[in-house]
Ligand binder design. Structure first.
Ligand code: PGA
Length: 258
């Protein structure tokens, strides 16, 4: 059984004080609730330590938005996997569409970041997803499979056990337009089949695949009712503690009935 995961990507939002408040409120919202879904927050680098201090006595996990593909050395401006681990980060986003599009991260960099993170025993949330143009050209399946294949190229099966995948169609991110739940489930099954080809069926069965793109408390139950959606990567709706905790509660219903 795959434990649902709800991860909140705060992106470039919340300074240290605001992060303290948001993480604190979230812990308060979740306290005393027996929630079966795993919850994670993913603040900016400068807020990670404060967020960690706020969640340390709770079940909420800490993720980072990026890492450097190199271990150490002359790489100005970068943060290493070991530095993230040192402050309690257990998971990292790799291949988010904003990094691919705005910061020109190509397949090779994504492949190297994924490898570095897994080698350092960080869990990776590998993001993939197609643009509207690719979807309209009926090439979405092919596109996401190619993204998965190049990200995992030369990475070993053993390393991939710490892998989570997030399917995030670019046209659904921050737009308020969610992908139809059954269509998201269909493409997530395509991704799972691809993972089985690359890593073997046993491993693919256990890898959690999340949906991301305008997830809200009003959409999560339908999304989680699908056979292969194992949780959500949430952007905008993770910036409000009450809304984010409702999403975690919605995802917990699935775990409770499994
Ligand atoms: P959104 O962002 O929920 O604001 O659409 C999702 C993401 O980019 O991970």
């Amino acid at each position: 059984m795959r434990k649902p995961l709800i991860a909140g990507n705060w992106k470039l939002n919340k300074n240290i004080e605001e992060s303290k408040e948001l993480a604190g409120k979230l812990v308060e919202e979740l306290s005393g609730k027996d929630l079966a879904a795993e919850a994670m927050i993913i603040p900016t680098f400068t807020s990670l330590q404060m967020a960690q201090a706020m969640i340390k006595d709770s079940a909420v996990k800490l993720g980072a938005q990026d890492l450097c593909q190199f271990e150490s050395g002359a790489y100005t401006g970068e943060i290493s996997a070991e530095m993230l681990k040192e402050i309690g980060v257990s998971s990292v986003l790799v291949g988010h569409s904003e990094r691919r599009q705005i910061f020109n991260e190509g397949d090779d960099i994504i492949n190297a970041k994924l490898k570095r993170a897994l080698e350092a025993n960080l869990q990776v949330i590998l993001c993939c997803g197609e643009s509207l143009e690719t979807r309209e050209a009926n090439k979405a399946d092919e596109w996401v499979c190619k993204q998965i294949e190049s990200a995992l190229k030369d990475n070993t099966v053993a390393l991939a056990s710490e892998l989570v995948v997030a399917y995030e169609p670019i046209w659904a991110i921050g737009t308020g337009k969610t992908c139809d739940a059954s269509e998201a489930n269909r493409i997530i099954k395509v991704i799972r089949t691809k993972l089985a080809d690359l890593l073997g069926e046993d491993l693919a069965k256990h890898i959690r695949i999340l949906y991301g793109g305008s997830v809200k408390s009003s959409t999560i139950e339908e999304q989680m009712a699908q056979s292969d959606i194992d949780g959500a990567l949430v952007g905008g709706a993770s910036l409000k503690a009450d809304e984010f905790s409702k999403i975690i509660a919605g995802a917990s219903l699935k775990a409770a009935i499994q």
